[in-house]
Every structure is written in C-alpha cells, then in structure tokens.
Design a binder for this molecule. Sequence first.
Ligand SMILES: *[C@@H]1O[C@H](CO)[C@@H](O)[C@H](O)[C@H]1NC(C)=O
Ligand SMILES: *[C@@H]1O[C@H](CO)[C@@H](O)[C@H](O)[C@H]1NC(C)=O
Ligand SMILES: *[C@@H]1O[C@H](CO)[C@@H](O)[C@H](O)[C@H]1NC(C)=O
Ligand SMILES: *[C@@H]1O[C@H](CO)[C@@H](O)[C@H](O)[C@H]1NC(C)=O
Ligand SMILES: *[C@@H]1O[C@H](CO)[C@@H](O)[C@H](O)[C@H]1NC(C)=O
Length: 464
Amino acid sequence: MMTRWAVTVALLLIVGVAAGKDNLHVEYEWREMDFKYDNPDQRWTAIEQGAFKPTSVIPFGLEVYRHRLFVTLPRWRSGVPASLAYLDLNDNSTKMPALMPFPSWVAHNLNDTEPELVSPFRVKADQCGRLWVLDSRISGVLEQTKLYGTAQLLVYDIHNDDLLRRYILPAGQSKQSSFFANLAVEDGDCENTYAYMADLGSPGLVVYSWRDQESWRVQHHFFHPDPLAGNFSINGIEFQWDDGVYGLALSKPQMDGSATLYFHPLTSTMEFSVNTTVLRNKTLATSGDIFREFKILGSRGTDAQAGAQCLDPETGVLFYALPNQNALGCWQTTNNYKMQDRVYASDNMLIFPSDVKVDHKRRLWVLSNQLQSFIYDELYGGSINFRILSASVKDAIERTSCEPPKKLPELISKLGEVIKTNIGFKSSDSSSTPSSGSGSTSGSAAWSLSLSVLLLGSAISWLL
Ligand SMILES: *[C@@H]1O[C@H](CO)[C@@H](O)[C@H](O)[C@H]1NC(C)=O
Ligand SMILES: *[C@@H]1O[C@H](CO)[C@@H](O)[C@H](O)[C@H]1NC(C)=O
Ligand SMILES: *[C@@H]1O[C@H](CO)[C@@H](O)[C@H](O)[C@H]1NC(C)=O
Ligand SMILES: *[C@@H]1O[C@H](CO)[C@@H](O)[C@H](O)[C@H]1NC(C)=O
Ligand SMILES: *[C@@H]1O[C@H](CO)[C@@H](O)[C@H](O)[C@H]1NC(C)=O
C-alpha cells in the first residue's frame, strides 16, 4: 500500500517536473517591424523612397534597461531606416509596438560621410548606466555588401542618450573576413571597465579597456568553428554555417575583481571559458603563452550548436539559445558544470532564438526572429515572425536541473504547507462523506506520510 502511494506521488512529481518548464510568456510579437515617425507623411515618404522597406527589417539583438527595451535591426538588406531602436516597457497599450530610433534618426543617416551607426548586432547595458553598442559597420551582407570601415564600439549615456565615446577598432585588429557581432562588458568597476568583442569571421577576440582607451586582439584555437558541427536544420531549412567565436557571457566578479568569460563558436557544440585576468593583461593576452589559460567545459550534445548566451549572476545559470532546436538551454555553472537542461522549446513560438538577456531586475528576455527564413527563404508578412518572450529567472529555471539547491527554511515551510493541506483535506472529506470516512482517512494519512518521506528524501538529496 505504502509503496504504491509512493510510486503514484513520484509519478505525479515527474509530471509536475514537465509542467514546470516552458515558463516563458510572449510579451511582444510582430508580423513586420514598424517605426514611430514624427508624422504619417514622413513614414509614407520613407516607404515611397525605399528608405523604409518593412520586409528588410528584422530584429536581432535585445537589451533591457529600466523602462526601455532596445532592439538591434542589422542592415542585412537596404531599407532599414534605423539599425538600433527601442520600445517603452511602460506602454502596455499594444503587443506590437512601433519602435523609436536610438539615439535619433540623424544617427542612422547613411548619407553622412561617416554615419554614427551602420549595422550593430548586439548591445549591452552596463550597471553604470551606459549602453555599449558594437557596430559591425558592414551593410547589405545579403545584397550588396558595403564596408564603412572597421567595426566600432559606441558607448552612450542611457540617462540622456549622449554619445560618451566612439572607438574605431585599429586596422590591425580587424582582418580580411572579420565580422564583429557579439559583445560582453565587464562592468564590476565603472572606471576600469572592459569590453570583449567576438570576431566570428576571422576567429578572435578583441579586448577594449575603457580606462586606457585602447584594445588588443587575442587569438586561440577554441575561437575557431568545429568543421564537424556545420550542419544546421531549422523548420525544414537546411544550411551550413562556419562561424567562429559567438556567444559570450561573464560570471559575477570575484572578490579580487576577476571573472570568468564563457564563450563558444556558433559552429560548435562545446563550451569554453577563460579567466578575465588573463584577457585584461595585454602582455599575457597577446603572447603565445595564453593557450594554456583556456578551459574546456564540455559539450551540449548533438545538434546543440548555441548562439547568444548570458548569465544570471545570482544563480550562476548560463542561458543559451539553441537555434537547431528552437529552444533555450541552461547550464548551472556553480556545480562543476554537471547540470544542463531545457528552459523552453517551441517549434512555433521560438523559431530561431536570436538573443537572450537577463536584466538588472533579474528578468529573462528572449528574442526569436526566424533568421533562417529571412536569409534562405522569405518571411510571410501575414503571420507573426518576431517574438519577445520573458519570465523572471526564478520562474524560467523552476523545476529544471539548473535550479539552485533549495535552502532548508524554504523546504521546511514547503513541508509544513503540504502537511497542513493534507489535514484540511482529510477533515472536509470525512465530514462530507461520513460513510467512507475511515477509508479516506487512512488514504490521506498514507498520502501525507509518503509525501513527507519523499520530500524529506529530496530535501536530503538537495542538501547533499
Ligand atoms: C498598463 O499597465 C498599467 C500599470 O501596470 C495598468 O494600470 C493598466 O491597466 C495597463 N493597461 C493595459 C491596457 O493593460
Ligand atoms: C540620401 O540621399 C538620397 C540621394 O541623394 C536621397 O534620396 C535620400 O532621401 C537621402 N536620405 C536621407 C535619410 O537623407
Ligand atoms: C551534414 O549534412 C550533409 C548533407 O545532408 C551530410 O552529407 C553530412 O554527413 C552531414 N555532416 C555531419 C558531420 O553530420
Ligand atoms: C583568475 O586568476 C587570478 C590570478 O591567477 C585568480 O586569483 C582568480 O581567482 C581567478 N579568477 C577566476 C574567476 O577564476
Ligand atoms: C601580465 O602577464 C605577464 C606575463 O605573464 C606577467 O609577467 C605580469 O606580471 C602580468 N601583469 C599583471 C599586471 O598582472
């Protein structure tokens, strides 16, 4: 009897595990992206003149700071009037908001001899109120490629949108086929901040020091694509990619100010790491000795090539996009990298997860954009093509193996709740149906007993 109940409860718990995942919810969705022009005439003029072709605009990177959600809109094709824009999180009047250009329309004017912004893929808001924008400065990669110069780093003050700094990468740090799409910012110290820029085209990492206003390029074999991991297949579209270092994420800083940079090439199923003390030391980082300093953390498994990634500093959970699986995965970095799991997966709602971020309020945000259709097929304007999903980090990792171990007080209160509910259930049960009273009482007793045993068992295993 006892064991049968325990088995039932265990089964219920397993069902509960499955139901606890996929906790993300769609916050915004668009068929096509639109912009807030000063008036309707300007919008129509832009469309008539080809400055704004809605079918050319695809959201790629995202970032959240206070009440604004920033979106990058790379210029893969002509007709993207602004390549960085935002929406107001306080305006909940629509799930399909039109975007405001950031920092202004003028900054995106490609007629300028040296446009302020050409085609950024990722942006990062730091804890010091600055927005770091990595601009590839390459437009029209799917049509007529035009280079406006080497990639640049733009740093804005997010409180007034002023441009604080513009740093153009020195020619020697950008190679023939360089393509800078990904960025991480080590902001433990607002004065001594470092930016890490990943070159996926000519695999390498460029380190930028905010204080010294200089950068250096780091080489390592782990930045290269794995030739055996180049097959991609997404919702019926098959293609080969051979992109190098791509996803970057930083751990919480240690007491000594150092952190761990997690990274992976896009064409790879492996995850690697390096201590930022190594990267920040220009002498060491640019010497041959650096090869010893990198670590292999392990594989994510078959078909688990990963795109963007980010880390929640409180739990140490690394979130990564899995384009081949229309999914978001997680990796618990505080537990010897043993625990990986699926946070969310959907062949409808998450077709090509393109970016993932955890904001300062510890909310998780994921952007999906059907990039494979945009590049190799076409997007059908009649259906939802782009989505932004969100959840608190806590809800997102609930009942996944990335969830941090439960603390004892939490467990005791949970245990108390369960016992209370069971007693309440028993008394109402026996009063409404007195004839079956004895049977149900012993049944409930067995329930709460087996539940307690089970919870105690899991408490012990969690604590160990
Ligand atoms: C928008 O949010 C505010 C504050 O949270 C709320 O009072 C209001 O009812 C919401 N409006 C809509 C249209 O959901
Ligand atoms: C850029 O120049 C072209 C050709 O002179 C003109 O048609 C277009 O309106 C200009 N675009 C902007 C945004 O000023
Ligand atoms: C990649 O796909 C091609 C074509 O479908 C196939 O022939 C090849 O074996 C695949 N390679 C790997 C490493 O899976
Ligand atoms: C990085 O290396 C330094 C110096 O060797 C060490 O003190 C620190 O603990 C390391 N940090 C991390 C995050 O591993
Ligand atoms: C940087 O690395 C070099 C070479 O390993 C070492 O000699 C030097 O002490 C390091 N500098 C700092 C500031 O840690």
